[in-house]
Design a protein around this ligand. Sequence first.
Ligand SMILES: [Cu+2]
Length: 419
Amino acid sequence: MPSIDYESAADVTKRLEQRLVGSLTGETSVSRRTVLGSLGVAGSAAVGLGSSRASASPGHGGDDTHGNFGSVGEYQDLDFDPHEFLTAFNTGDSGQDNVPQQVYEEDGRTVREFEFTAVDTTITIAPGVEFQAWAFNGQVPGPTIRAVEGDLIRVKFTNLGRHAHTIHPHLKNLNPRMDGIPQNGPGVLETGESFTYEWIAQPAGTHFYHCHSLPLKEHIHRGLYGTIIVDPDPERVRENPRDYVNYPGPITDDMRTRFVEEAKSRNHEYAENDAVNEMVMVMNSFDTNFDGGNEVYAANTRAFAYGVGSTDGTGNWTAGETKRPIQIDKNERQRVYLSNATEFDLINSFHTHSQFFDYYDHGTTLTPTRKTVDTIMQTQAQRGIIELDYSDHEPGLYMFHAHQSEFAELGWMSFFEVV
Ligand SMILES: [Cu+2]
């Protein structure tokens, strides 16, 4: 048997997506069991896709199941691109067009200022499948904020949604007014209200922000969350190396030098960081029928967005193709900032095929908290850094996905394309 090739990878992506989309668009009250449990039910539900075919055959086997797929093969809403989002860091200096931002000095401190709005909007979570979301700057996940340890992050927030919202950051925050909960500071912001949050970027690591209005799970599940990356300051690392490692022994000069180098590789203002391919993945989920359980899972919102679509097999993707693996250079160090924004399920996970990786829990240490593992799990709001080395691997497709296997079948399945 050949190892996984483009055609079979595209086929498995297509089949899973077809089954998921078919069930969701055909049955308003579809449960995840419907998708996972019975292909027969999924097949009959596919009648609702807008096709006149009354007998869409059940999932596996028959080639004709694929012929019906073209109408929903592309995402309709192209405003949000999971592939662009993957590497979109808003630093104040540069970032996304829909995130007004600037960087300046104030009282000897670097300020990174961002304008956030909360809006009610419709997002696309699978081809032809929409979800009524509440979203920061119109997108789910919200924009990724990136600062350097010790900077001031200033977020001018205006609520343009129909519900009351806040922004609560998972940072070490010394001022209760800035905690973004209903009980402190400005409390919840009603429609049309504004508040400027100010947070010191600390500690270094991968962090999370989300709306903290009640009911909390609904405000998070609807889409009001995102990632804050705090780059370590190499000079602070040189002075206080112990703050960045779980290591009780003596710190030698060699170790100190190594930690400083590692910090530079994490800091977007240093050339050492250019050598690392950095990505942001937010594991999320959608309860499309609001029954308290998720029907769709994804990394960065769109089910199977990093699966395999049509290609010529050499990494050239058809124009307009929205479903494609994440292409990486095998000689480049790979770093994933991963957070878990999944509601209704206690944990989510990340598993790599044919590969082991280092994991830095919360990203707050410069040495791995787990070394050489192929699966990690994160509870809600937990996050961390995953670092991968594909230099030994042959070029080709390497799958990664949630290893709650249900989540993988319901959208959280992806590939790296190593070139
Ligand atoms: Cu809210």
